[in-house]
Design a binder for this molecule. Structure first.
Ligand SMILES: C[S@@+](CC[C@H](N)C(=O)[O-])C[C@H]1O[C@@H](n2cnc3c(N)ncnc32)[C@H](O)[C@@H]1O
Length: 302
């Protein structure tokens, strides 16, 4: 079936204990699997109808079964974003469930808001964090702390920063789910752009830093964040707390910022701070067509 994941890849994911992945990507809709649940994201009712029909066909052909199907409308404006709605399945079943990604457990909540708790397009970046095993990871815009969990599993200390206390509490739950003691890990509620200079003044340094900001947000003090406008300022502040050989993830969902634009911005900030780095080519996600999902780039300082 066109645009649908092939059955070999489904078997590969199962073999590595990954239960959350993209099943299908079309111009106006896509489907993601979260264990026994499917989430359909759609731009138009016609696209929803068509992809639901294909989902039925695919589940039959692939010999898979979904307990529930949720639908989530993709609005043009962030202010119109809503939590997914149940399309089929048991309405009395809990909206919370856990899923595995490479045998690491994450808690999801389909009732918590627009996003359920795990961004699938960051899977390879999470794996990169586990592979480099940082001693001290700074996770900016941490959300449910999935990057911090990976660093902690690799033996590092972590600091997770987010404006949302609720998200950080969910992050703490993800640590507990993976049997990680939280005493070597900090969860800080605050605006990243205020926190970074404070950390620099205190002399804190990190050998891995995650910069995966939203496209637009507003802090509790009313300060607006706009990724195209503010990413450079953010990276310059992050470089102040980066160890000499730190690895920094630059990532964004903003379609106007390409990987090339991230690299140009990265090189500009390196020049301004008289530092040097390499930019390894990003690892492709097998379940996302090229150009879909977040654009990300690792900056390896040297
Ligand atoms: C795109 S999500 C980050 C996803 C995360 N990197 C992951 O892979 O799970 C954006 C997060 O940034 C947080 N946020 C938005 N503006 C912020 C700011 N100025 N300072 C700190 N956190 C902020 C939001 O609360 C949200 O949790």
């Amino acid at each position: 079936m066109n645009n649908w994941i092939d059955f070999g890849l489904v078997r590969d994911f199962a073999a590595e204990k990954t239960e959350a992945y993209r099943l299908c990507t079309k111009p106006d809709a896509w489907v993601e699997r979260y264990g026994p649940d499917a989430l359909v994201s759609y731009k138009t009712e016609a696209a929803l109808e068509q992809i639901l029909h294909e989902l039925d066909e695919w589940t039959l052909l692939a010999n898979q079964k979904f307990e529930r199907v949720f639908g989530r409308y993709l609005p043009r404006q962030n202010s119109e974003r809503n939590a997914p709605q149940l399309i089929s399945g048991d309405a009395s079943a809990p909206l919370q469930r856990n899923v595995l990604e490479r045998d690491v457990c994450y808690a999801l909540d389909f009732g918590a808001g627009y996003s359920a708790g795990l961004f699938l397009d960051q899977r390879e970046n999470r794996q990169f964090v586990r592979r480099i095993a940082p001693r001290r990871l700074l996770n900016c815009f941490a959300y449910t702390c999935s990057f911090s969990v990976m660093a902690a599993l690799a033996g590092g200390e972590t600091l997770s920063v987010d404006l949302s206390r609720k998200s950080l509490n969910r992050g703490r739950d993800n640590f507990i789910l993976n049997k990680l003691a939280t005493d070597r890990h900090r969860f800080l509620v605050g605006d990243v752009l205020t926190v970074l200079p404070r950390l620099a003044r205190k002399g804190e340094r990190f050998d891995a830093i995650i910069l995966d900001p939203p496209t637009f947000s507003r802090s509790h003090t009313g300060k607006a964040w706009q990724v195209e406008h503010d990413f450079e300022k953010l990276l310059l502040a992050a470089l102040e707390v980066a160890e000499r050989d730190a690895k920094i993830l630059l990532s964004t969902n903003c379609t106007r910022l390409t990987e090339r634009a991230l690299e140009v911005m990265g090189r500009f900030c390196l020049k301004a701070t008289r530092r040097a780095a390499s930019f390894p080519p990003p690892v492709a996600l097998p379940d996302f067509p090229p150009g879909e999902g977040a654009r990300s780039l690792w900056m390896i300082l040297r």
